[in-house]
Design a protein around this ligand. Structure first.
Ligand code: ATP
Length: 434
């Protein structure tokens, strides 16, 4: 948090506690710097004096981030009545999903689509489109097709990750484009790539870019969604996803949280867990079906929970560590993320130097924080101010690199259950092994 700015705003507030606009700005700064308790305090004080929608919405956001989903729901139920505000409806829908009120969430999602038929939110999309399709006999209908997206990003939108791009190119893109050549040399086509590593380092991003690179369809599914929403019906849904992909080749299926299949096995009914895994493996194997033109990318933050059966040839036979970006990669991520934003004299090298251990997602947040600050400054005279290097480096002081925690547990797995050197890349990254 920019303490000096906040301190001066708080001082100003002491002198004019009735200044609602000032208090509102303070609440926003607290919210953006994840200090939800302080943000909540100021918003409640504002609502005591003025029943404004903007205050309510921000308070709902505060509650949502504090996982107080019931309170979020109460506020948004009122706010969204007779309202077409997509932000409000979106947050309402997310809260309902957290509360597992899927029916109501679906109806809100449909309202959003009625207001804006170009609306796209991959999280909702995977949940709802599959829910809808699971209820119809012939699942390859209009609804199922709409869960397919053609991404508008490609490899040039991914900073760094050169080794991952190369592997994806060699292992799944080239075989798709030069099928006959591979066959002529007796080289087997198929199998998927499993990406693992700390959160926010671009696993989803590169999967989406892979589809964009070859102008393929893209399906993004989270295993937890499947398990949560259709306990008992998960096998059918997995099959439907693969069938939809097969009917719409070329298609990249990105399956996030693959570890949930392993991790949840003890929590859910044991046989149900096993059948989902078996169904998943047979879909990967493409038994009784044709997986040509289907590229499967999986991702996990916890590869150690994954059933070794997943790693057999033809399944996820390549496992790639997606490390936090190095200096050069961070430089290019900054460049990519700043594109199209008002900037002045940005020193990418300095930004890269000062953001060691940051993930791509951290870089994105630092820019978001800097933009928030610039907006605040711009409120004063109504003139938009360009982002400078120091605005972003200032934002670094408000954030901790999010990859550290992951490495502290990953290190133990890499040291003590490093099955045939599977996690050597982690040890190399940590400079424990050459
Ligand atoms: P998780 O494990 O939490 O699912 P992830 O590894 O899938 O995380 P992404 O969701 O792909 O991470 O990354 C979050 C965001 O960070 C992306 O949407 C993108 O904006 C940005 N980002 C991450 N890595 C890169 C990169 N290499 N180049 C450009 N942007 C990136």
């Amino acid at each position: 948090m920019d303490n000096s700015l906040l301190e001066s705003l708080l001082k100003a507030l002491e002198f004019s506690p009735e200044n609602n606009e000032l208090r509102f700005q303070i609440a926003k700064i607290y919210l953006n710097s994840f200090n939800y308790t302080e943000a909540e305090k100021h918003l409640i004080s504002l609502l005591d004096r003025d029943n404004k929608k903007a205050y309510k919405y921000l308070l709902a956001k505060c509650y949502y981030n504090q996982e107080k989903y019931n309170l979020t729901e109460v506020i948004l139920e009122e706010l969204t009545e007779n309202s077409n505000d997509i932000d409000h409806l979106e947050l309402y829908c997310s809260a309902l999903l957290k509360l597992e009120n899927h029916a109501e969430a679906l109806s809100i999602y449909q309202t959003i689509l009625e207001i804006d038929n170009t609306y796209y939110n991959p999280d909702f999309e995977s949940v709802f489109k599959l829910a809808v399709t699971s209820e119809v006999d012939n699942f390859i209908d209009e609804d199922a097709l709409s869960m397919l997206k053609k991404p508008d990003v490609n490899f040039s939108d991914v900073g760094g990750m050169e080794n991952v791009k190369e592997e994806i190119d060699l292992k799944i893109i080239k075989p798709l484009l030069h099928k006959d050549l591979y066959k002529a040399y007796g080289k087997k086509i198929g199998g998927g790539i499993l990406l693992y590593g700390p959160p926010g380092c671009g696993k989803t991003h590169i999967a989406r870019a892979t589809a964009g690179e070859i102008d393929a369809n893209f399906i993004n599914i989270g295993i937890n969604d499947i398990l949560d929403m259709w306990l008992g019906n998960s096998e059918k849904n997995l099959h439907e996803i693969f069938e939809t992909a097969r009917a719409n080749k070329p298609c990249v299926i990105f399956i996030d949280e693959i570890d949930a299949l392993g991790a949840n096995r003890n929590d859910i009914n044991k046989t149900a867990g096993r059948t989902v895994i078996n169904q998943f493996l047979s879909e990967l194997d493409g038994i009784d079906s044709d997986n040509d033109g289907i590229l499967v990318l999986g991702a996990t933050n916890a590869p150690w929970y994954i059933d070794p059966a997943f790693r057999r040839p033809g399944r996820f036979d390549r496992i790639i560590f997606v490390a936090p970006p190095d200096d050069k990669a961070r430089e290019s991520i900054f460049k990519i993320q700043l594109e199209g934003k008002p900037t002045e004299d940005i020193d990418l090298k300095q930004l890269a130097k000062k953001s060691k251990e940051y993930s791509g997602a951290d870089i994105k947040s630092s820019i978001d924080i800097a933009i928030e600050q610039k907006l605040l400054e711009s409120f004063k005279d109504g003139i938009p101010k360009p982002l400078k290097t120091k605005d972003i480096t200032k934002a670094f002081s408000k954030m901790k690199p999010s990859t550290k925690e992951w490495f502290s547990s990953a290190k133990n797995y890499a040291l003590y259950s490093n099955d045939s050197g599977l996690y050597d890349d982690i040890l190399t990254y940590l400079k424990i092994k050459k």
